[in-house]
Design a protein around this ligand. Structure first.
Ligand code: HPA
Length: 272
């Protein structure tokens, strides 16, 4: 079966389970599963039941699609994403994004936990991603291009939707949420960075660094969906004194910031 046919088959299966076509998809990052409470849930489908779906392996990621509403928007939520460091191919990592498009999604909200490389940032800050630097060793659009899925040479001059960024800024101002904005550097992990790497990432223009998001954003843009992306800064690589980081600390910091992020995302979806 071709990649295109696999996507269609998965979407066809999901359509038999849901009552309404989702317009907005939300991808939950590490430690941000609390955002799932935003949605008035209609149905949950575990990845294990979805044909062609990979299974997520990482602690803190659940592995299910949740369909329901936020306000009067039909929303699907992806609880548990696929990371390149887990060993998935880039096609597997971004497969759910293709399925979202096939289900009728027009806007994807991507969240993640990230390390701060900007010295003005603090742990717990939320950062709107306004641009990215792709340092993954493999590109999700590498290989033959199927024109049914998008163009061969994709414009990336404005991957993050400027209207949604403006709306998020307005919401943050109204709700007294301190919001940062900056460039997310995506790399493969699974190691956190050395002090020299954090310094270098800031030198090349990064404000935050993480192991996800960039492949998904590229593919969402390839299939012409709008993208809004936001990081919670869970640790800092901003001093020359080495600071140890653990996955546990990342999860705890993300959990602590999740309610504020949830409030922002809820208002943003209602304003769409
Ligand atoms: N580096 C890479 N990925 C991350 C980090 C980090 O410091 N924090 C959370 N995810």
């Amino acid at each position: 079966m071709s990649f295109y046919d696999k996507i269609q088959a998965t979407a066809t299966y999901i359509k038999t389970k849901i009552q309404h076509q989702p317009g907005v998809a939300i991808i939950l990052g590490s430690g941000l599963s609390g955002l799932a409470d935003l949605i008035s849930k209609e149905i949950e489908i575990p990845y294990s039941e979805i044909p062609n779906f990979p299974l997520s392996t990482v602690e803190g990621h659940d592995g299910k699609l949740v369909f329901g509403t936020i306000g009067n928007q039909q929303v699907m939520l992806m609880a548990g994403r696929f990371h390149y460091y887990e060993g998935y191919s880039m096609q597997e990592v971004t497969f759910p994004i293709r399925v979202m498009k096939a289900l009728g999604v027009h806007t994807v909200i991507v969240s993640n936990a990230a390390g701060g490389t900007n010295p003005t940032f603090a742990i717990g800050d939320l950062m709107i991603i306004n641009d990215h630097i792709n340092l993954f060793p493999e590109h999700p659009l590498r290989g033959p291009n199927d024109p049914r899925m998008g163009v061969r040479f994709l414009d990336m001059s404005s991957p993050y939707d400027t209207d949604l960024i403006t709306k998020a800024r307005e919401i943050a101002a109204e709700s007294n949420i301190k919001l940062r904005e900056g460039v997310y550097v995506g790399l493969q992990g699974p190691t956190f960075e050395t002090p020299a790497e954090y310094r270098w990432l800031h030198t090349i223009g990064g404000d935050a660094v993480g192991m996800s998001t960039v492949p998904e954003v590229i593919v969402a843009r390839h299939c012409e969906m709008k993208v809004f992306a936001i990081s919670v800064i869970t640790d800092l690589g901003v001093t020359d004194t080495p600071v140890t980081i653990s996955h546990q600390e990342v999860l705890e910091a993300a959990n602590a910031a999740a309610p504020v992020m949830a409030g922002l995302v809820e208002k943003l979806v209602k304003k769409m």
